[in-house]
Design a binder for this molecule. Structure first.
Ligand code: 13P
Ligand code: SF4
Length: 305
């Protein structure tokens, strides 16, 4: 038996012993996605974590995602196998920053992308993800909204919203590296290819895309499409399942920059070690958790498109 197979067998045994579920974001390393009980986007994974019968959730993703699971399911032990797997975009706005922004626009609702810390969610009126952003923002009363922290996703929402939309100036360093020139070059190399991109991409990239959607919506789109070749504008971890589920179709990564170093931190060894020792547990202070949960629950109550 190889060392890797031994490690996989150990993780499977530990998951059973601890009554644990292993969930992985669509950007995780191939071998982590392969072993996970379930893969998905940030919204789906938080809900799966909350609804599961497991006592322990091994969340292979980044910190805000594990925090969301801990907010929704406080009775479960949520493990992030690498506590240093953060999201630079989520760290671009602090609670202190938000206090100042709120003071500038009293009464204007704050919409927080799930890529925010629990503390920031706790100070927001509602959360949203890339999978439900437009319907969540449309559900808010009033004709103004302030969105945090992603300027690109906020710009994308503003395109179709009837409201006056203002936003914080954060961004995802990974998606920001992907340029319109990259798209133009990939299209020239692959004539007829369909361009799909995440709404965290720059507005000029979004302008060139045939489809703009969350990571999980990309799977559904690629499966349903008759196209043979797709230029995929998001973190390259998504290619694992796109290729696995669509063996006759071709998926192109148009930029070497489309890699999120934080999403790639967790290895199988980290998963095994955190399950052996039951360490790297993510918790949220109860006062913060209840307020952050209210913003997440409000989002979850909005009917899906
Ligand atoms: P999803 O909500 O589509 O999973 O994306 C999360 C994320 O971090 C994208 O960079
Ligand atoms: Fe954060 Fe960007 Fe990485 Fe997603 S891809 S976790 S937004 S840094």
């Amino acid at each position: 038996m190889t060392d890797k197979q031994e490690l996989i067998d150990e993780i499977r045994a530990l998951l059973k012993e601890r009554n644990a579920i292993m969930i992985a974001h669509n950007y995780q390393r191939d071998e982590v996605q392969e072993l996970a009980d379930v893969t998905g986007d940030s919204l789906a994974l938080s809900q799966i974590a909350a609804d599961s019968d497991a006592d322990v959730v091994v969340f292979c993703g980044v910190h805000f995602m594990a925090e969301s699971a801990a907010i929704l399911a406080p009775e479960k032990t949520v493990i992030l196998p690498r506590l240093d797997a953060g999201c630079p975009m989520a760290d671009m706005i602090t609670a202190e920053d938000l206090v100042k922004e709120k003071a500038k626009r009293p009464g204007v609702p704050i919409g927080a992308y799930v890529n925010t810390t629990a503390e920031v969610k706790a100070m927001s009126d509602i959360c949203f993800t890339s999978a439900n952003a437009q319907s969540v923002i449309a559900s808010l009363e009033g004709d103004e909204v302030y969105l945090i922290p992603d300027k690109n996703l906020s710009h994308y929402i503003a395109r179709t919203s009837d409201k006056k939309v203002e936003w914080w100036d954060g961004f995802c360093p990974t998606h920001e590296r992907f340029t319109a020139e990259d798209v133009i070059k990939a299209k020239a190399e692959h004539p007829g290819a369909v361009v799909i991109c995440h709404p965290e991409c720059l507005p000029e990239v979004v302008d060139l895309a045939d489809e703009v959607c969350s990571t999980s919506a990309m799977y559904a789109f690629a499966k349903a499409s008759d196209a043979e070749t797709f230029i995929v504008g998001t973190e390259m971890g998504i290619l694992y399942k796109l290729r696995k589920d669509n063996p006759t179709k071709k998926f192109i990564c148009p930029s070497e920059g489309l890699i999120c170093p934080n999403m790639k931190l967790i290895t199988l060894e980290d998963v095994a070690e955190s399950l052996r020792t039951m360490t790297n547990v993510v918790t949220v202070p109860e006062e913060v958790r209840l307020k952050a949960k209210a913003a997440l629950d409000k989002m979850l109550a909005v009917p899906r498109d």
